[in-house]
Design a protein around this ligand. Sequence first.
Ligand code: NAP
Length: 297
Amino acid sequence: MKLLINGAKGQVGSELVKDAQARGYEVYGFGSRELDITHFEQLMQKVEQIRPDVIINAAAYTAVDKAEQESEQAYAVNALGSENLAKASKQMAIPLLHISTDYVFDGEKDTPYTEMDQPNPTGVYGASKLQGDQAIEAIWSRHIILRVSWVFGEQGNNFVKTMLRLAKQQDELSIVNDQFGAPTSARAISQSLLSILETDNFNQPDFPWGTYHLQSEPGVTWFEFAREIFQQAEKLGLINKTMKLNPIPSSEFPTPVKRPANSKLDGIKLKQNFALKPVQWQDDLQQMLKNMSAITS
Ligand SMILES: NC(=O)c1ccc[n+]([C@@H]2O[C@H](COP(=O)([O-])OP(=O)(O)OC[C@H]3O[C@@H](n4cnc5c(N)ncnc54)[C@H](OP(=O)(O)O)[C@@H]3O)[C@@H](O)[C@H]2O)c1
């Protein structure tokens, strides 16, 4: 089976390429330089040339705060780019698997968000992603939109890497302890998407297309996430000191975009329709840190 993967150089895209190749798919992965999803003609040209069986979109504009200043670019990639992919998939009559975000929600809810909850993004990034999701839903029925949260992986920038970098410069850090969510590894997202693709009735008339939430466990605050990162990193010898961590409220760490206080996702629909259980991020974190320590030692 031929897969066209956009955003192939990003955190999730690079895992998808690696994972899909290991599973024997014929993979065509493109970064933004080789294939810019904001250009429909360029996209169609590649799609007609490759004639993939499925398109997987891991491309996105993901700089949450910067998006406030660069809203045109954020909307171009996240809204128009997704719309283009939906049109191209429809034109070729092939399924589109797409990734979206917990930041489409405002975080006012106390319990995990289900697919039935009303999105209400707090910033440009979330709003542009939501517009992309809505464009896909409106244009092409044979889609899966997988909403995920707090992504980390070996490739690209993320909270884990930021913490490890800061640990080289400081012994003490203050971390926000009133935003609740769930870290999710790029690897788990890739595995979940490919498991959906490998469902027996994939692409059959009874296939349950639609929007799904990937639940990751356990739910934590950024402070608790940082504590786990440093505990594991110290155990593996990636850092040689015990970091002093101070829990602080969001009000003491102002950002251009207000983050949702709760963005935990409920994965019951994914479990019911695809027998996919919530993923466990701590094991994936350990694997990532082990790989990093193997590289540095
Ligand atoms: N990061 C998070 O914490 C997080 C949380 C929730 C949901 N998500 C969602 O998860 C998905 C994957 O995110 P990620 O963390 O893997 O993102 P990422 O590491 O920032 O990678 C995104 C990739 O998109 C590509 N891209 C940007 N503009 C493009 C364009 N015009 N045409 C084609 N490709 C373009 C970039 O390619 P180049 O590098 O080649 O320029 C980049 O490698 C996204 O849908 C994101 O919204 C992420």
